[in-house]
Design a protein around this ligand. Structure first.
Ligand code: G4P
Length: 527
C-alpha cells in the first residue's frame, strides 16, 4: 500500500455521545491517556462547562481557546491515527453535537449502567441512524450498583431499535463487581478497584479454570455460567457487516473512572470500525482515496479573543490530502482561495499543520465567508456535498435592539452568530431585520446570544418569549402561506434563505393545519 493510501486507511474518526453525566468526558480522557496525547487525567474539561452558568461558560471558552463547544482531538495508537470529535456536554448545545455527528464515521454511545437509555441518548441516537453509521455502546459505571445487563440490552434494543451484541459480560456490579468475561477470548478480566490513572492490572483466566471460584466467588461463577449459556443460546451470530451499517451495536461493559475495560474496548473498537467512508455529493459518492482533496464545513466557532475578532471554520476532510497553501475552490462562494492558518487540535493545544488526510478535521481562519455545510474542493473537481440538515428549534424569542442607532452592529452580530449555527433567525413574512424571531434548540443559547451581542458587538437587546414550540418548513414552493387556513396561534414566518415556515404553539395546531389544508406539505428538518 502506498503511504498515501495507508495514511487514509489508518484513520478512525468518531464521536462520543451520551446523556450528560454518563461518563463521556471520563472515557475520552482515558482514551487520550492511552494515546499519550495527555499525561494527566482531568485535562478534558467538557463536563465542567456543562455545569456552569453562561458567563463562566464564556470564560472557559476564552481560556481554552476554541475547543469547548466541540472540537477534535487527534492522537496515534498502535498503527491507527485517531480523531475523536468532542461534543458539548450540555443538552442546550445539542445542535452542535448533531452537526458534529455529520462529520463522524462512527459513534461511541456511553450509557450509565444504573440509568440505561436517557433522553439525550435517544435524541442523539436518532441522528446517528440518519446516516447509518456504526454505533458502539459502552455501558459505564459498573463499579456502581447497576441494572441487570439483560434489562439494559433489552432497553437499548426496544427504545433505540438496534440489535445488540455483548462483546463482554459483567460479573456483578457495584461493591460486588468482579470483572468481565470476554466472549471471544473466553477469558475473565478481573476488576481490582484502583482509582489511579494507570490501567488496572488484569488477571486473565479461562472460564473453566479452577482458579475462577477463588477469583469471583461461587455464586458469581454460577450466574456467569448460566448467563453465558443463555447468551450463546439466544443471541445471534456476530455480524461485522451489520455493525458497519449501523444495524448491530457491539456492547462493552466497563468502568471509565477506574479505567477498567477501556483499553480492550479501544482495541476491539478500532478493529471493527471503518476507515473514512465515502460521502454523498450531488454527483454521486466521493471516495476518500481516489478523489482529490475535498471537505465540508460542519462547525464555525467565533474567536473569543477580543483582539482577533475572527472565526475558525472546522472542516472534515472527505477525500484526498490537504497541503498547506494549496489552492481550493469554495463551491458555495464560487471562489478560488487558499485556506489560511490550517490547524489541528491535540487535546488543548492548537498547532499549525502542513498536511492532513481524508478523515481528519482541520480548522481554518474564516474571514466570514463560510457557512455550515459548505463544500471545499480542489479544481477541476466540482460537486456539492449534501448539506447538513437544520434542526428544528424548540424555543422562540422575539429579539429587538434597544438602541436603534446601532442597527448595523445588530444586523452584523445577529447574522454572524446565525451563520455559525448558534441560533436560527426568522422574520415576519416580508419583514426586515429590525425585529426578528430567534429560534434555538436549548434556552441557554438565548443567554449566549445576549452575552455575545453585548460583548462582541456592543449591542443591547431585549428578548420577549414567544409561545411557540414546534416549527415546520413549508415544502410546497408555489403555495402562498397567506391562503392557509390556520389556528389563530399559528404564525407564518420566513428564514433568511427565503424558505417559508409555520410555528405552532402545540401539536394540536399542527394537526389542524394538516387537516384543513390538504395540499400542505410540512417538513421537520430545514434545508
Ligand atoms: P459526561 O461527560 O458524560 O457528562 O460525564 P463525566 O465523564 O463528566 O462523568 C460524570 C460523573 O460520573 C463524574 O463524577 C465522573 O467522575 C463519574 N464517572 C464517570 N465514569 C464513572 C465510572 O466508571 N464509575 C463511577 N463510579 N463514576 C464514574 P462527578 O462526581 O460528577 O465529577 P467529579 O467531581 O468526579 O469530576
Amino acid at each position: 500500500m502506498s503511504s498515501y493510501v495507508n495514511e487514509i486507511k489508518r484513520r478512525r474518526t468518531f464521536a462520543i455521545i451520551s446523556h450528560p453525566d454518563a461518563g463521556k468526558t471520563t472515557l475520552t480522557e482515558k482514551l487520550l491517556l492511552y494515546g499519550g496525547a495527555i499525561t494527566l487525567a482531568g485535562s478534558v474539561k467538557g463536563k465542567r462547562t456543562a455545569k456552569h452558568a453562561v458567563s463562566d461558560w464564556m470564560e472557559i471558552e476564552k481560556q481554552r481557546g476554541i475547543s469547548v463547544t466541540s472540537s477534535v482531538m487527534q492522537f496515534n495508537y498502535n498503527d491507527y491515527c485517531i480523531n475523536i470529535l468532542d461534543t458539548p456536554g450540555h443538552e442546550d448545545f445539542s445542535e452542535d453535537t448533531y452537526r458534529t455527528l455529520m462529520a463522524a464515521d462512527s459513534a461511541v454511545m456511553v450509557i450509565d449502567a444504573s440509568k440505561g437509555v436517557e433522553k439525550q441518548t435517544r435524541k442523539l441516537f436518532k441522528v446517528c441512524t440518519l446516516r447509518n453509521i456504526p454505533i458502539f455502546t459502552f455501558i459505564n459505571k459498573m463499579d456502581r450498583e447497576a441494572r441487570s445487563p439483560f434489562d439494559l440490552l433489552e432497553e437499548i434494543e426496544q427504545e433505540l431499535g438496534i440489535r445488540t451484541f455483548p462483546m463482554n459480560w459483567p460479573i456483578g456490579s457495584g461493591k460486588e463487581f468482579k470483572g468481565v468475561y470476554d466472549r471471544s477470548k473466553k477469558e475473565i478480566i478481573a476488576f481490582t478497584a484502583n482509582n489511579g490513572q494507570r490501567e488496572v492490572e488484569a488477571t486473565e483466566v479461562d472460564i473453566n479454570d479452577e482458579k475462577l471460584e477463588a477469583l469471583i466467588g461461587e455464586d458469581h461463577r454460577k450466574i456467569l455460567v448460566d448467563d453465558i449459556e443463555l447468551l450463546d443460546g439466544a443471541g445471534g451470530e456476530f455480524d461485522l457487516e451489520a455493525v458497519r451499517t449501523g444495524r448491530l451495536s457491539p456492547v462493552f461493559f466497563g468502568s471509565a473512572l477506574t479505567n477498567f475495560g477501556v483499553e480492550p474496548f479501544l482495541e476491539e473498537f478500532l478493529n471493527m470500525t471503518t476507515s473514512p467512508l465515502p460521502r454523498e455529493a450531488d454527483t454521486g459518492l466521493i471516495d476518500p482515496v481516489t478523489n482529490e482533496f475535498s471537505a465540508f464545513v460542519f462547525k464555525i466557532q467565533a474567536n473569543m479573543n477580543k483582539a482577533h475578532r475572527d472565526r475558525i471554520a472546522f472542516m472534515r476532510i472527505c477525500s484526498g490530502r490537504f497541503e498547506k497553501g494549496m489552492e481550493v475552490m469554495h463551491m458555495q462562494g464560487g471562489k478560488k482561495m487558499k485556506l489560511s492558518q490550517p490547524q489541528q487540535l491535540m487535546a488543548q493545544d492548537r498547532e499549525v499543520i502542513d498536511e492532513a488526510y481524508a478523515g481528519d478535521i482541520i480548522g481554518v481562519f474564516d474571514p466570514g465567508i463560510f457557512s455550515i455545510g459548505d463544500t471545499i474542493c480542489t479544481p477541476p473537481q466540482k460537486f456539492l456535498f449534501s448539506g447538513i440538515p437544520t434542526f428544528a428549534p424548540e424555543h422562540f424569542n422575539r429579539v429587538l435592539q434597544v438602541d436603534t442607532m446601532k442597527r448595523k452592529q445588530f444586523v452584523k452580530g445577529m447574522s454572524q452568530i446565525a451563520q455559525e449555527g448558534a441560533i436560527q433567525i426568522f422574520q415576519e413574512l416580508g419583514g426586515g431585520m429590525e425585529e426578528v424571531i430567534v429560534g434555538v434548540v436549548g434556552t441557554l443559547q438565548f443567554d449566549v446570544l445576549g452575552y455575545r451581542l453585548k460583548n462582541e458587538y456592543n449591542v443591547d437587546i431585549r428578548m420577549d418569549g414567544l409561545p411557540y414550540q414546534y416549527i415546520r418548513w413549508i415544502e410546497n414552493e408555489e403555495l402562498d402561506p397567506k391562503t392557509l387556513n390556520l389556528t389563530s396561534d399559528t404564525k407564518r414566518i420566513q428564514d433568511l434563505k427565503g424558505n417559508r415556515l409555520l410555528v405552532f404553539a402545540n401539536e394540536w395546531s399542527i394537526r389542524w393545519a394538516e387537516e384543513h389544508n390538504k395540499e400542505l406539505k410540512l417538513a421537520e428538518f430545514g434545508r
